[in-house]
Design a protein around this ligand. Structure first.
Ligand SMILES: Nc1ncnc2c1ncn2[C@@H]1O[C@H](COP(=O)(O)OP(=O)(O)OP(=O)(O)O)[C@@H](O)[C@H]1O
Length: 579
């Protein structure tokens, strides 16, 4: 049998089989128990009639009422259990899908992420996951609350009068068939409104992020008109989708209810003794109540179709991502701390014959923080990326006894990376740091001095930060990206200019936290600002012509004029203290 993967809906149902079993048992109990109410209603009416006729007493009524209350209590308890577990089931699926996507994001090569605008993609995909999971939840709920309960009602009323049942059951399927025939239209309008909503989000983002440019170049009026057009299109499509989804419900209901007239007419004959069966008042009352509930439920069947249809639209959009994610290995445990040895490292971009750096050798032990600096465009970021091994390099990078890369991807679980771009998506602070991983995020928020900022937000760590983290300052974005890197422990951390948007006091505080918390990690700290460099264990200076020097700050200060000049310049501006 073909193994189920995250690209298949059944995979998620299969993984939640224990919860589904509880849902099934409590669902059957609740829904079969649902016929108790109309049955007791009928018995109560009959008892009242009998009391007036003198054949029963008030004591019979008390017993009946008490039994009614107890049975309903039992039925409603199983309803509670069913609802609770359906919610748990939906939450687990949502978490599982999001986790798979987060892992995909984490393991996607950096160059692919840049190409695909991962942040925007994640925002859209996460909203689709929510719609899809809601559809799965409704489907699971309705299987019981509509499917099983309808079968139970049909059996019940057929038992009372099968001929009348055959006649009245013609109407709910008509309502059902009508709803089914309009499925495609409902789905189409839902898909169009989703598309339009996506386009509107895109243009809203563009309008906000480029507001200044449009204003400066006198493009505002044109852009406002463009925005208005998208907004109008969205409004029209949304109204249409809502109309198709909701406005037809009353019509389905009326069609399904037509049978009530037959029940009253033919059931009346049964009570009078001139119909197909002989009924008492209890039978009439129970039959009518069951039929009305059945007809109401059958109009829910249309709702169920709509929910499934909408979920399908979203599922088709997220499926390719989940399928792609399923080809990647799942969460990788961090490797053990080890020594880093770099031997004769060289790198040339594909298609170029000028090496960015060559013959670079150095080593580091757990707890070391190594600074990487040099003139503009000297290859600092390129050196950092060499440790992710996305392009072939010359020489050797050894972590313990394992060789990183050399044309292959690096062994997982060794290197963590915090790049120039914070790469934040439109979730909460917490979601951006966790990327689906459990645990306490407060220590890393403290480590990057973001705890006070979070405390000042009304929603704390649950604050929504907007696409690319646009609701935060540049410094806050950088610190959340750093917190994310620290939260996913790796024994080798590459931090590319993490303090560029952070003031010096905060930079120093974070540095001391890194020293305190990362005693078993090696940190490669790429920076233009040399404030911290006198405190670092080693500095790698890239000359910008392919050559480089690895030495301590003191040695470099003495031996490398360019480094000394840069350091003194920054120091004179209040940027550091030599020695
Ligand atoms: N993907 C690429 N393909 C080809 N050349 C590249 C690529 N990325 C960077 N370069 C070139 O490599 C050189 C080093 O770039 P890199 O970004 O590593 O320097 P940097 O020292 O980090 O720059 P900055 O001082 O701006 O932070 C630059 O000349 C740049 O143009």
């Amino acid at each position: 049998m073909k193994r189920l993967g995250p690209g298949s809906v059944r995979y998620y149902f299969y993984h939640e089989k224990k919860l589904l079993l509880i849902v099934t048992l409590s669902g059957i109990l609740y829904n079969v128990g649902m016929i108790a109410a109309p049955w007791f209603d009928g018995q109560l009416a009959q008892c009242l009639y009998d009391i007036f006729a003198g054949s029963r007493t008030a004591a019979d009524m008390y017993v009946l009422c008490l039994s009614y209350a107890l049975v309903i209590l039992g039925v409603q308890s199983s309803r509670y259990v069913k609802r609770l577990y359906v919610r748990k089931f939906a939450n687990n699926i949502s978490l599982s899908m999001k986790d798979i996507l987060y892992q995909h994001l984490v393991q996607t090569p950096k160059r692919d992420m840049e190409r695909a605008d991962t942040g925007a993609l994640m925002t859209k995909v996460i909203s689709d996951i929510d719609t899809c999971v809601e559809g799965m939840r409704k489907f699971t709920t309705e299987i019981f609350d509509t499917g099983i309960v309808m079968v139970t009602y049909v059996v019940m009323i057929a038992w009372y009068d099968w001929r009348l049942t055959l006649c009245v059951l013609v109407f709910p399927p008509i309502a059902y068939a009508l709803a089914n025939s309009l499925r495609r239209t409902v789905a189409m309008t839902a898909a169009r409104s989703k598309e339009s909503s996506g386009a509107l989000s895109g243009i809203t983002l563009d309008r906000i992020s480029n507001a200044m440019t449009y204003r400066v170049y006198g493009e505002e009026a044109v852009q406002d008109q463009r925005y208005e057009d998208y907004l109008t299109d969205y409004e029209k499509k949304m109204i249409l989708a809502n109309l198709w989804e909701n406005a037809l419900q009353p019509i389905y209901k009326v069609i399904a209810m037509i049978g009530t007239i037959l029940v009253i007419w033919s059931g009346g004959h049964n009570v009078l003794g001139t119909g197909w069966e002989t009924w008492d008042i209890a039978a009439f009352s129970t039959y009518l109540a069951c039929f009305i509930r059945l007809a109401t439920k059958s109009s829910h069947a249309a709702k169920l179709f709509n929910a499934i249809q909408k979920a399908q639209v979203s599922w088709l959009r997220i499926q390719p991502h989940l399928r792609a994610a399923s080809t990647l290995p799942r969460t990788v445990p961090p490797a053990a701390p080890a020594y880093l040895t770099v031997r004769h490292l060289s790198f040339t971009y594909p298609g170029s014959d000028v090496p960015i750096f060559q013959d670079l050798s150095f080593s580091a032990r757990p707890g070391d923080i190594i600074g990487i600096t040099g003139p503009v465009a000297s290859g600092k970021s390129t050196l950092g990326l060499a440790f992710l091994c996305e392009n072939p390099h010359g020489g050797q990078i050894l972590f313990g006894t394992q060789e990183l890369g050399n044309g292959h991807t690096s062994p997982k679980g060794i290197a963590g990376y915090c790049g120039h771009d914070a790469e934040l998506f439109a979730g909460t602070i917490e979601e951006n740091i966790r990327l689906g991983k459990g645990g306490d995020i407060i220590p890393v928020l403290n480590a990057v001095c973001m705890d006070q900022d979070c405390a000042s937000f009304p929603d704390g760590i649950r604050t929504l930060i907007g696409e690319g983290g646009q609701r935060l300052s540049g410094g806050q974005q950088a610190r959340i990206a750093l917190a994310r890197t620290l939260f996913h422990p790796r024994p080798l951390l590459i931090l590319d200019d993490p303090f560029a948007a952070i003031d010096m006091a905060t930079e120093r505080a974070i540095y001391s936290h890194l020293r305190r918390d990362c005693k078993d990690r090696i940190i490669l700290l790429i920076s233009h600002r040399l404030t911290l460099f006198p405190m670092l264990d080693q500095i790698i200076w890239l000359n910008g012509d392919g050559s480089s020097i690895a030495a301590t700050h003191e040695e470099l200060y003495v031996s490398c004029q360019a480094y000394r000049k840069l350091y003194d310049l920054q120091h004179a501006q209040g940027g550091g203290s030599h020695g």
